[in-house]
Design a protein around this ligand. Structure first.
Ligand SMILES: [Zn+2]
Ligand SMILES: [Zn+2]
Length: 413
């Protein structure tokens, strides 16, 4: 069984100390949004619905939540007593911590749960805020050692399932593809399951392990104590196999793959797209990592985009600005209506003034039917008058309008 840390709190968008009520509300809200009935045929919504259901299943159950808080994942194979014992830093069974066995524990070699593929280095580093006490049972080793001691003879085979790592790529798309949507082709290099060993890293028949002479156990000193632990070479099975020649025992091979990524209309610069399971392949049955694509959107010579709003600077003559006018401005809707719209310039418009064209911006990639606005920034252009008649009219205009535009700043200084 592959175990993998999950972020159930993040999935539901609640804090770690969220109340049962907070969790219930957050789940209901998301469930309404992603329910398959509401999103027929939408694989992503279905996936998301599964994720939030799983998160809710664990976080809404006190016992399960406790286990999840302790280990960063949940499995039915873990009992709550084991979780609490682990939190205290000394699990009962085995050569250490004697006498601390909870009622759920059975024989000395019983393995309370399967840690295959789970990395305990987080625990040892204390990054989860649950670092074990080093003095537990007089044992000075790391947390990983403590647990590996519990695996005596329990599991055969190699290191067990390892989840694949996530990948991250930047995808550059042009301005119009981001606005209107389209397809971006990209080449990714990812680790795929080795076709020869099927991800198991080994081929051929088993032979006796040279490390432990086939016993599956090696002796290790821990503090004052001496005890047998699972042989690290053969994983306790007592047998080893030849490494796969095709993948050099990695279980994965590196492949280049060309992907066609569908870009939704309204995709934003910096947006992160997750393709579940498209990261590096896991080994020996471990789950695949995810592929994250960071969108890098190009710019346009005239249109400037901020989220779903489009800004453009439009030159307006002195006469249009003073008297008011109806002008034509370009919009991003070039595919219908010629990409232009009428804009009313009110009389007395000043340079730098911003006029809003509602819902002429970019369609929202996340909320169906919503669109941003287009913001037109007015830039007044002054006529370069050549002829005497125009100059005379401007002088006449100056005489009729004697107010000093600098009066305020002159007085204010
Ligand atoms: Zn292989
Ligand atoms: Zn061995």
């Amino acid at each position: 069984m592959a175990t993998q840390t999950k972020d159930y709190y993040g999935t539901l968008g609640v804090k770690k100390d969220a109340s049962a009520d907070d969790i219930r509300k957050a789940f209901r809200k998301l469930a309404r949004k992603y329910h398959p009935d509401v999103n027929p045929g939408d694989k992503k919504a279905e996936e998301k619905f599964k994720e939030i259901s799983e998160a809710n299943d664990v976080l809404s159950d006190d016992k399960k939540r406790k286990i999840f808080d302790q280990f960063g994942f949940y499995s039915d194979n873990i009992d709550a007593a084991a979780a609490e014992a682990a939190a205290r830093g000394g699990y009962g069974p085995g050569p250490f911590g004697g006498g601390g066995r909870g009622p759920a524990s059975g024989a000395a070699h019983e393995v309370p749960f399967d840690f295959g593929g789970f990395d305990f280095s987080d625990f040892a580093a204390g990054s989860r805020g649950s670092a074990p006490r080093e003095d537990a049972g007089g044992f000075g080793g790391s947390f990983r050692d403590i647990f590996s001691g519990m695996f005596n003879g329990a599991k055969g085979g190699q290191r067990g399932p390892q989840p694949g790592t996530d990948l991250e790529y930047t995808v550059s798309i042009d301005f119009w593809t981001a606005v209107r949507g389209g397809v971006a082709r990209l080449e990714v290099q990812r680790q795929e399951t080795c076709p020869v060993c099927k991800g198991k890293s080994v081929t051929g028949g088993a032979m006796s392990c040279p490390e432990c002479a086939g016993t599956g156990q090696v002796t290790q000193m821990g503090g004052r104590m001496k005890f047998n632990i699972q042989c690290p070479k053969c994983g306790g099975s007592g047998q080893v196999q030849n490494s796969c020649a095709n993948c050099a025992g990695a279980g994965v091979v590196t492949r280049r793959e060309t992907l066609d990524l569908r870009i939704k209309p309204g995709t934003r610069d910096g947006q992160r797209i997750r393709l579940a399971g498209k990261g590096n392949a896991g080994t020996d049955g471990g789950s695949n990592g995810d592929l994250y694509l960071i969108i890098k959107s190009g710019t346009h010579p005239f249109f400037r985009r901020t989220a779903d709003d489009i800004a453009i600077t439009v030159p307006v003559t002195v006469m249009e600005a003073a008297l008011g006018a109806k002008i034509e401005v370009p919009t991003i809707d070039t595919h219908d209506g010629g990409g232009r719209t009428q804009l009313k310039i009110p009389p007395g418009t000043q340079t730098g003034q911003k006029l809003r064209l509602r819902e002429k911006g970019v369609p929202s990639a996340t909320q169906e039917g919503l669109r941003g606005d287009q913001i037109v920034e007015v830039k007044i252009v002054v006529p370069r008058v050549q002829d005497e008649r125009s100059k005379e009219i401007l002088r006449e205009l100056a005489r009729l309008n004697p107010e000093d535009p600098r009066a305020e700043i002159l007085e204010g200084v």
